[in-house]
Design a protein around this ligand. Structure first.
Ligand SMILES: O=P(O)(O)OC[C@H]1O[C@H](O)[C@H](O)[C@@H](O)[C@@H]1O
Length: 282
C-alpha cells in the first residue's frame, strides 16, 4: 500500500491531506502554504492549531506559518511578512511505500511587488514518513537585482502540558530576549529550558539538534540552513491579548521556530537558498 494525497477543503480553504501507508497524516493549507496538522503514525496531533483561528482572514494562528520576507517586526512590512496571507499553488505531489511529499509555491505578483519590490519564487516542500516530518523552504531570486530577507518556519508545537516540558540543546548559545528590548545578547546557561513564564528568545547560530520532552513523549527538532531558533510562548497575560487564542491555550503550545533573524540572507539574481526544519518522534 502506498501513501495518498487528496485535495480537500479545510475550514473553507483549499488544502492537501497527505497520508502515509503507516498511518501518518498532515494537512497543508494553500492559504499561507501553511501546514495545519501533523499526526505521526500511531501518534497524536503534534501541531497546535487554535480553535479560535481565523481562516483566510489574516494570519492563521497555529500550524507552521511561513514568515517571509520579514521575520517579526524586523522591517517595514506587516509582522512576519506577507507569505502567510497569500494563496500558494501546488507544484508537486508524490507518494511512495512509506512517504508522502507535496510542494507548494508562492511567486511574486503586483500585490507583493507593491509591498516588497522583488521578483521571487518561494517553495515549501512537506515530506513525511511514519514518524518524521521535513519542511523545506526554498527562496529563489528570480529578478535582476539582489535582495535580502529574514524569515522563519514558525512552528507551533502542541504540548500536553507546557509546565512539564523541557527543551534541551540550547545550552551555551547566545540569544536576544525580545521581551527585554534593547538588552544585550545573553548566553543560555541552563541545562534545559523550562517554561514558567512568557518567553520570546531569538537564539543565534544554533548548531545542534534540540530535544523537546513533553510528558513522556520526546520530539527531535533539527534545522539546516536556518541559523537561528526562536522559542516563543506568550504565557497567561500575552495569551489574554491574543484574540484568536482561547484563554489558557498557552499551556498547550510552544513555538520552536527555525529562523533566519539576526543576519539577513542575501541573494544575488538567479541565486537560491534553502532551509529545513525536521521533527522526529523519538
Ligand atoms: O501574532 P503573530 O504575528 O503571529 O506573532 C507571534 C510571535 O511570533 C514570534 O515568535 C515572535 O518572536 C513573537 O514576538 C510574536 O509575538
Amino acid at each position: 500500500m502506498s501513501g495518498d494525497i487528496q485535495t480537500i477543503e479545510y475550514q473553507g480553504l483549499p488544502a492537501l491531506r497527505l497520508s502515509t501507508a503507516a498511518g501518518a497524516s498532515a494537512v497543508l493549507s494553500l492559504y499561507g502554504g501553511q501546514l495545519l496538522s501533523w499526526v505521526p503514525a500511531r501518534g497524536r496531533e503534534r501541531l497546535y492549531l487554535s480553535e479560535r483561528a481565523r481562516f483566510g482572514d489574516g494570519p492563521i494562528r497555529g500550524g507552521v506559518p511561513v514568515c517571509f520576507p520579514q521575520f517579526s517586526t524586523q522591517g517595514t512590512l506587516a509582522r512576519h511578512g506577507f507569505a502567510r496571507t497569500r494563496m500558494w499553488t501546488v507544484t508537486e505531489q508524490r507518494t511512495g511505500d512509506d512517504f508522502a511529499l507535496a510542494t507548494v509555491r508562492l511567486v511574486d505578483d503586483p500585490q507583493t511587488r507593491a509591498l516588497w519590490p522583488h521578483p521571487f519564487i518561494l517553495e515549501l516542500t512537506v515530506a513525511m514518513d511514519g514518524g518524521r516530518l521535513d519542511l523545506e523552504l526554498e527562496v529563489i531570486n528570480s529578478g535582476h537585482a539582489p535582495f535580502a530577507f529574514t524569515g522563519a518556519l514558525h512552528t507551533y508545537l502542541r504540548v500536553a502540558e507546557l509546565e512539564e516540558c523541557q527543551l534541551q540543546g540550547l545550552h551555551g548559545f547566545d540569544y536576544l530576549d525580545a521581551l527585554d528590548a534593547g538588552a544585550q545578547a545573553r548566553r543560555d546557561s541552563g541545562d534545559v529550558l523550562l517554561f514558567d513564564g512568557p518567553l520570546d528568545r531569538h537564539y543565534r547560530d544554533v548548531e545542534r539538534p534540540l530535544l523537546l520532552r513533553d510528558n513522556g513523549a520526546a520530539l527531535g527538532i533539527h534545522a539546516e540552513g536556518f541559523p537561528d531558533v526562536v522559542v516563543w510562548n506568550p504565557w497567561e497575560d500575552g495569551n489574554a491579548r491574543i484574540d484568536d487564542m482561547a484563554p489558557r491555550d498557552f499551556r498547550r503550545m510552544l513555538c520552536v521556530e527555525a529562523a533566519a533573524t539576526h543576519r539577513r540572507i542575501a541573494l544575488e539574481p538567479g541565486e537560491s537558498w534553502h532551509g529545513r526544519q525536521t521533527l522526529v518522534c523519538l
